[in-house]
Design a protein around this ligand. Structure first.
Ligand SMILES: Cc1cc2nc3c(=O)[nH]c(=O)nc-3n(C[C@H](O)[C@H](O)[C@H](O)COP(=O)(O)OP(=O)(O)OC[C@H]3O[C@@H](n4cnc5c(N)ncnc54)[C@H](O)[C@@H]3O)c2cc1C
Length: 490
């Protein structure tokens, strides 16, 4: 059958746009995330008008075809050129105007008047929990998402999934998530591009090397196949690395990388097929309480009486908790990420440099995807892109991988980490008996979600209570029972 291509960069056809529309994706941001269009080197310049016209022809309203957010740079720019810039002279602020919020499509049907479980936030946590609850027979579930699916950190992350952590609890959760990610495509009928290329952590100095040695011992004691490598051995895995830049490495071949977007479509469709309701473009604006219990969730589309309310709003979870008068010990911080043009397939693992926090992996199409935290980043819900980030990233990358200078930055974007004082999540009841927290996952919530939402659904439906619901309560901060996780990519 002939294909009518609308997005030549990503090979998206007119038929796929039609399928996205038929499945309920009416606005351009949602269609972009459903099909992948507009994410290639041309940044949507060649497909946007055509797709907008097609959506209007199919029945979308003019408000729904608000153009999607354009990401820097305007032109693909070589990493060598970016590395020659002085990051200190570049601003952390975004020079571009804030994106127009996509117009809210009409609700396909009214919200239910009541539900046993109302989940605030349709990221991987909220949707994963909904699906797992339904599988355990609790199908009276509503997920409320203020934007389009994939609007939050779950649609903006690097897709890294690993079991290399410093505590037995996170190692166990990471292993379980890897197993669930491996089965996801078969169980939920959607390709998540699961690629088991391992994680390679590089230690640039003796201090980090000592950390790596200690961690490898913990990993092996907890059933991982992690190996401690000398620089020459690490170069056997990634020959392009400059071995003068690190003194040791740790390598777990079972760690993996996935493509995040289809996870959300998979969980959402799976949960809805079992009876849950997923309501995008529905913002929670109030939480009503009586005594020690929440009674209802108020949204900009109506009010729902709720048996249990779960706060899965990620970096916005503090704002949502405040609607119930609850203060969470967490805060949002922007984290930036970028993608380059495609290279030959050459990179197996996700590589990360301990200390600096640089990380990069290669997608199945050959693009390099990578990020780097910035210690100067202030707290706050900011998701614009800064000119400083690509310069810092390019410098850090070319130090360990000089050949990458020939690559071009094609797109950068950002999302927010949801930070806590000990880098561990906030789980279980906080402030009110039926107000459950599922937040505080710093920069590793995507990989934790399959395992944590499985365990949370079991706990909420009377199944076994995982130790994480004791260990990661909000009260731990007042009791002083903290367990720091230091193996984060900051
Ligand atoms: C750039 C970047 C790279 C990352 N890389 C990785 C990685 O490689 N591996 C990994 O495991 N993790 C990574 N992370 C972290 C990971 O993305 C998050 O921990 C995870 O996605 C959190 O999921 P969530 O469902 O809790 O939050 P989110 O996905 O942010 O979902 C919360 C949702 O709540 C919605 N919401 C907010 N307020 C309201 C309201 N009032 N009413 C209704 N809905 C509301 C938001 O719109 C949002 O969609 C990265 C994060 C970023 C930003």
């Amino acid at each position: 059958m002939p294909k009518a291509i609308v997005c030549a960069c990503e090979d998206v056809t007119l038929e796929e746009v039609g399928r996205a529309f038929a499945s309920g994706q009416r606005d351009l941001e949602s269609v972009k995330r459903y099909t992948g269009l507009g994410t290639g080197p041309c940044q949507g310049k060649s497909c946007l008008a055509l797709v907008a016209r097609e959506l209007l022809r199919l029945g979308a309203t003019p408000g729904e075809v608000t153009p999607f957010t354009v990401r820097p740079p305007l032109q693909p720019t070589s990493l060598a050129a970016l590395a020659s810039l002085d990051p200190a002279a570049l601003p952390l602020e975004s020079p571009s105007p804030p994106a127009l919020p996509p117009a809210r499509p009409p609700a396909p049907r009214p919200l239910p008047a009541r539900a046993r479980v109302v989940i605030v936030g349709g990221g991987i946590m909220g949707l994963g929990l909904a699906w797992n609850l339904c599988r355990r027979g609790e199908t009276d579930v509503v997920v409320l998402e203020s934007g389009y699916l994939n609007a939050g950190a779950s649609g903006r992350n690097g897709g890294g999934v690993r079991a290399q952590w410093s505590t037995p609890t996170l190692i166990r959760l990471g292993r379980r998530s890897l197993e669930l990610c491996r089965r996801f495509a078969v169980e939920l009928g959607i390709n998540v591009w699961f690629r088991r290329g391992g994680y390679l952590f590089l230690a640039p100095d003796a201090g980090q090397a000592a950390r790596v040695e200690q961690s490898v011992r913990v990993h092996r004691a907890n059933g991982l196949d992690t190996r401690l490598l000398a620089p020459a051995e690490a170069r056997e895995i990634v020959p392009e690395l400059d071995a003068r830049r690190f003194v040791a490495a740790s390598w777990n071949p079972d760690d993996a990388v996935v493509f995040p977007w289809p996870f959300l479509w998979g969980y959402a469709a799976g949960a809805e097929a079992l009876g849950a309701r997923v309501a995008p473009f529905t913002r929670v604006v109030g939480l009503e309480a009586s005594g020690r219990r929440l009674t209802a969730v108020v949204t900009d589309r109506g009010r729902i009486q709720a048996g249990t309310v779960v706060n899965a709003a990620g970096a916005w979870s503090g704002e949502v908790a405040a609607l119930a008068g609850v203060k969470l010990p967490s805060w949002p911080v922007r984290h930036e990420i970028l993608v380059t043009d495609a290279w030959k397939a050459w990179l197996g693992p996700l590589v990360s440099v301990l200390g600096s926090g640089l990380y990069f992996s290669q997608s199945l199409r050959g693009e390099l995807v990578g990020g780097l935290g910035d210690p100067a980043e202030p707290r706050g819900l900011r998701s614009g892109s800064s000119p400083r980030f690509p310069a810092r990233f390019a410098r850090a990358l070319l130090e360990v991988l000089p050949a990458a200078g020939a690559l071009h930055l094609v797109r950068q974007w950002a999302g927010c980490y949801d930070l806590t004082p000990d880098n561990n999540p906030l789980l279980g009841a906080a402030g009110l008996d039926n107000f459950l927290q599922l937040s505080g996952f710093v920069g590793h919530g995507f990989m934790m979600a399959p395992a944590v939402t499985e365990a949370m659904a079991a706990w909420m439906t009377g199944g076994p209570a995982d130790e994480i619901f004791e260990r990661f309560t909000v009260e731990r901060f007042t009791r002083g029972h903290l367990v720091r996780e230091d193996w984060i990519i900051g």
